[in-house]
Structures are given as structure tokens and as C-alpha cells.
Design a protein around this ligand. Structure first.
Ligand SMILES: O=C(O)c1ccccc1NCC(=O)[C@H](O)[C@H](O)COP(=O)(O)O
Length: 227
């Protein structure tokens, strides 16, 4: 199980998450109470183990702007968090030339779960057909808020979408995960990875060491029920 701890804003939190076994650390460049600049991330990434992915979360902006920020911040992956824009994905793929990987977010509108199921399934098919990206993060959208919502989407409705997704896609579940429910998400959806931001915080923008430790342990220990 790939585990991403997102929305880090300090070296202390990022180092702790890495020590506790996170596979990837996220830094939010998109508008957020947890937003961080590339100059600030550049002071954190050199102190992290090289085995841990450093993922920048961006709303669609200019490809050159994303590439400049990724370079300055020392990112190893870029997560595009506002709608699927194949032209932008292809521009970034060319600019990064294999040095930085790409993760695409697809949003699940929580107050319209049945419609979201149809839309998300369609987006997954298009991403698979395009063939450029294999990691897709499915995150809750609450009203107009695209991330860090602390709200889970309807996993019962989502189960068939995860089950029937194109097999080449590595699906990451996000939105409202906490130590208390990460096992349920893993057992219900059988994702390739999990991602959490607010669910392991003590206060907005600062992680709770206890919540982080329990979340990572529970995600590691969780097994998918075999039929
Ligand atoms: O985390 C944020 O504050 C955020 C804000 C705006 C865009 C993206 C953001 N985070 C991206 C992620 O990958 C988060 O891990 C994800 O939204 C999950 O958030 P949460 O429900 O708080 O665990």
C-alpha cells in the first residue's frame, strides 16, 4: 500500500512522516490554508530520505510555471489537482523528460455521489486511453472546495468504480481519511494507495505525531478481504 501524507508545511512534520514510513510527502501549491511556496519546499526536500517521493499539488497553471516550481522545490512528482487537461499533461511530460512523474486527480462531488460515479468512471477510461498517466488520485470535492476537505465520498457507490477501473491505472483514494477509517477504505475499495491531509493534523497546517503514526500503521496493516 502506497501511503502519501499530504499538505506538509514544515520540515519537522515532513521528516516525521518519512520516519514513520510514508512513501510520499505532498506539498500544496494550489490555493489552500496549507499552501506553501516552492522556495519554502526547497528548504525541506534536501533533508528528506531520497527514497521518499516529494509530490507538488498544483491547480492547472502554465506548464512552465509548474516545471519551474518543481525544479526549485526538488519535487519528484507533480499532482494535477484541477480537472483533467490532457494538453497540460502532455506538455509537462515533455518538459520533465522522465525526471518528474505525474499524478492526475479526479474529483468526486460528495453531494452528487451517483452522478460522480458516472463522471469518475468516464474520466478514468479517458485517462487510460490517453496512456500517459498511470497514477490517478480520486479525491472528494465539497461544494467548490477541491482538496483538504476532510470529507469522504460514498465508498459503497465507489466500490464498483474502483473494481471496474482500467487495470493499468493505479488508483489512490483521498478525502476524509483518518486512522479510524483508513482500514475500511482499503478493505472496501482495494486501492493502490491512500492519501491524507487534514485527517492527521493537530491544527490546520500542522501534523499530529500520534495521528500520523496510527494512520500509517493502520494503512500498512490493512488487508483487502479476499472472497
Ligand atoms: O490539502 C489541501 O489543503 C488541499 C487544498 C487544495 C487542493 C489540494 C489539497 N490537497 C491535496 C491532497 O492530495 C489531499 O491529500 C487531499 O485533498 C485530501 O484531503 P483530506 O480530506 O483533508 O485528507
Amino acid at each position: 500500500m502506497w501511503i502519501k501524507i499530504c499538505a506538509n508545511t514544515s520540515l519537522e512534520d515532513a521528516k516525521l512522516a518519512a520516519e514513520l514510513g510514508a512513501d510520499a510527502l505532498g506539498f500544496v501549491f494550489a490555493p489552500s490554508p496549507r499552501r506553501i511556496t516552492s522556495a519554502e519546499v526547497a528548504k525541506i526536500t534536501p533533508h528528506l530520505p531520497s527514497t521518499v517521493e516529494r509530490v507538488g499539488v498544483f491547480h492547472a497553471v502554465d506548464a512552465y510555471e509548474i516545471a519551474r516550481a518543481a525544479h526549485e522545490a526538488g519535487l519528484t512528482a507533480v499532482q494535477l489537482h484541477s480537472g483533467v487537461d490532457f494538453a497540460l499533461l502532455h506538455r509537462l511530460h515533455k518538459l520533465f523528460a522522465g525526471q518528474v512523474s505525474l499524478i492526475q486527480t479526479v474529483h468526486w462531488q460528495v453531494d452528487a455521489d451517483a452522478a460522480s460515479a458516472v463522471i469518475v468512471a468516464s474520466e478514468l477510461r479517458k485517462i487510460a486511453a490517453d496512456g500517459l498517466v498511470d497514477r490517478v488520485l480520486i479525491d472528494s470535492k465539497v461544494g467548490a472546495v477541491l482538496g483538504g476537505t476532510g470529507v469522504a465520498f460514498d465508498w459503497d457507490i465507489a466500490r464498483s468504480i474502483f473494481d471496474e477501473a482500467p487495470p493499468q491505472l493505479k488508483l489512490i483514494v483521498a478525502g476524509g481519511l483518518r486512522a479510524e477509517n483508513v482500514a475500511e477504505a482499503i478493505q472496501g475499495l482495494n486501492p493502490w494507495g491512500v492519501d491524507v491531509a487534514s485527517g492527521v493534523e493537530a491544527v490546520p497546517g500542522r501534523k499530529s505525531p500520534e495521528k500520523l503514526a496510527v494512520f500509517i500503521r493502520k494503512a500498512r496493516e490493512s488487508k483487502v478481504d479476499s472472497i
